[in-house]
Design a protein around this ligand. Structure first.
Ligand SMILES: *[C@@H]1O[C@H](CO)[C@@H](O)[C@H](O)[C@H]1NC(C)=O
Ligand SMILES: *[C@@H]1O[C@H](CO)[C@@H](O)[C@H](O)[C@H]1NC(C)=O
Ligand SMILES: *[C@@H]1O[C@H](CO)[C@@H](O)[C@H](O)[C@H]1NC(C)=O
Ligand SMILES: [Cu+2]
Length: 239
């Protein structure tokens, strides 16, 4: 029984882990990495780690969109996507717009880019990032970023909250001073101008709206249930 309780506490630590890694989205004029950047551009993040994207690039209009090593500026099927966060002022709101994703599989690299095309395609300027690049692999961040600069047409198809190896449970938190596009989760423009509805499959673009059937939401609820059950079991032990 002691062992069972210990296991439950481990699950609680994973579900509510304290490890948070912040990544700045976009730079400002004069930033060391330029305007079209994620800083840091590479991070290592174990399962359960929250990667907290801080939209501090101002003025700016940026996304965090999952891609792949093979196609750095194209959305990955079933990938995550923040949508566009627009800041008009040259000073980012404080606190800045924020988007958290939680790493669910640290065994493979997670590649991402910014979809924005204006004033020139950000991905083509090297606005890409990576989580858990594997040491010794030929798939280096430098090779990924170099490949990004030769894609002149970054893909615009919307992704979802749940990605491959990392997932969000909500859209970015955007307070006064910033705007989220698309404004609502249900509508987004797919390539070719057709409208992707919330009923379309994730592979075809997916939905930005958290769905109670999403694995991440179910997983969270199951974890909460596990913890509650564990606390009850623990209480019984004490009694
Ligand atoms: C920000 O980018 C999105 C996606 O391209 C676009 O829909 C939106 O109009 C842009 N916002 C502004 C204010 O330029
Ligand atoms: C992280 O989670 C994934 C998916 O469940 C699993 O394959 C991987 O082994 C986990 N990593 C570690 C270090 O346990
Ligand atoms: C992101 O995660 C941090 C750490 O758990 C939390 O303090 C913050 O409120 C989260 N932000 C959002 C927008 O959920
Ligand atoms: Cu950008």
């Amino acid at each position: 029984m002691r062992f069972a309780l210990g296991t439950t506490l481990t699950a609680a630590t994973l579900a509510f882990g304290q490890t948070v890694v912040k990544v700045a989205v976009g730079g400002s004029s004069g930033s060391a990495n330029g305007i079209f950047s994620f800083t840091p551009s590479t991070i290592t993040a174990a399962n359960g780690t929250i990667v907290s994207f801080q939209f501090t690039g101002a003025p700016g209009n940026h996304t965090v969109t999952q891609s792949s090593f093979a196609a750095p500026c194209q959305p990955l099927a079933n990938g995550f996507d923040s949508g566009s966060v627009f800041i008009s002022s040259s000073t980012a709101p404080n606190p800045p717009p924020e988007w958290n994703i939680t790493v669910t599989d640290d065994s493979k690299p997670i590649w991402f880019y910014c979809k924005q095309l204006l004033p020139s395609p950000h991905c083509t300027s090297g606005m890409v990032g990576a989580i858990n690049v594997q040491a010794g692999s030929a798939n280096t961040f430098e090779a990924f970023q170099k490949a990004a600069t030769s894609d002149q047409h970054p893909g615009q198809a919307p992704g979802g909250l749940v990605g491959v190896g990392a997932s969000a449970s909500a859209r970015p938190l955007v307070a006064a001073g910033a705007t989220l596009f698309p404004a609502s989760g249900a509508s987004a423009t797919a390539p070719g101008g057709s409208s992707a509805s919330s009923t379309s499959s994730r592979a075809a673009g997916g939905s930005q709206t958290p769905n109670s059937a999403d694995p991440v939401v179910l997983g969270f609820n199951l974890n909460v249930l596990t913890i509650v059950a564990g606390i009850i079991a623990g209480a019984k032990l004490v009694l």
